[in-house]
Design a binder for this molecule. Structure first.
Ligand SMILES: Nc1ncnc2c1ncn2[C@@H]1O[C@H](COP(=O)(O)OP(=O)(O)O)[C@@H](O)[C@H]1O
Ligand SMILES: [Mg+2]
Length: 245
């Protein structure tokens, strides 16, 4: 359902993405692993055009776009059909939990406040935050903030949800509650792309693992293929550095 083809992106004279290919089937949970600075976040941001590739193509279901001839309507549609969960939560501090979740429904999807509130409550319930709906971000833990971010992403009912290191900013004792929610979400069948350093978690929940290194996909396969028999010394070295074994 989602296909990225030969994605290239440079900042100035520095080439960041050097021809990335990625294909995600409906219902897949694809985890992207790899060293810092390798272009994982940039790749996710290419999907919703927060980062602008110099060349390559994207296909999302029936939408197809070549980055060399940008189509505003296609970008808008892709943005409407995807949702991103950010490392730094990205919740609005001046809005309550439920207002944060309602916001894209009202502002982007033009739903009535009544309908938006109803959907937001369902999603807050799903991430275990229904009782916190009227709290402000300053009253919440990092884990609760990220669960708010996940509820907001789910509320737009995206075709694909993009997680960018959703637990990397959390204190260790808060990681578990967020991973549990992500596990529930991914096992509900929503197509997911997850950038993570939680190797054991990626191994458990993913249908496929993609190893990015220096701006390309350097290896990919089933969790077993990637973790049990790493195809290259570079991948084996990376997995060792992440203390998977
Ligand atoms: N807006 C930007 N301008 C210039 N360089 C950037 C920008 N965003 C990211 N980079 C650089 O691109 C490289 C890849 O970054 P990123 O995609 O964040 O990697 P990762 O998520 O794998 O850690 C890094 O060297 C980073 O410094
Ligand atoms: Mg990143």
């Amino acid at each position: 359902m989602l296909e990225l083809n030969d994605i290239r992106l440079s900042y100035g004279s520095t080439s960041i993405l050097k021809g990335v290919n990625l294909s995600v089937k409906r219902g897949d949970v694809v985890s992207i692993i790899g060293p810092s600075g390798t272009g994982k976040t940039t790749l996710l941001r290419c999907i919703n055009y927060l980062a602008k590739p110099t060349s390559g193509t994207i296909t999302l279901d029936n939408i197809h776009m070549d980055y060399q001839s940008v189509d505003k309507h296609a970008i808008k549609t892709i943005r409407l059909r995807t949702a991103m969960v950010f490392q730094q939560f990205n919740v609005f501090k001046n809005m309550t939990v439920i207002e944060n979740v309602m916001d894209p429904l009202v502002v982007v999807q033009r739903k009535s406040k009544t309908e938006a509130r109803e959907i937001a409550l369902q999603e807050l319930d799903r991430v275990g935050l229904a009782t916190r709906q009227d709290h402000y971000p300053s009253q919440l833990s990092g884990g609760q903030l990220q669960r708010t971010g996940i509820a907001r992403a789910l509320a737009v009912r995206p075709d694909v949800i993009l997680f960018d290191e959703p637990t990397s900013s959390l204190d260790p004792e808060l990681v578990g509650e967020v991973l549990k929610v992500i596990k529930d979400v991914t096992s509900s069948g929503i197509t997911s792309l997850l950038v993570t350093h939680e190797m054991q978690f990626a191994k458990n929940i993913s249908s496929r693992i993609v190893f990015m290194d220096q701006g390309v996909v350097a290896a990919e396969g089933s969790p077993d293929e990637i973790f049990a028999s790493p195809a290259t010394p570079r991948l084996a070295q990376f997995l060792n550095s992440e203390r998977v074994f």
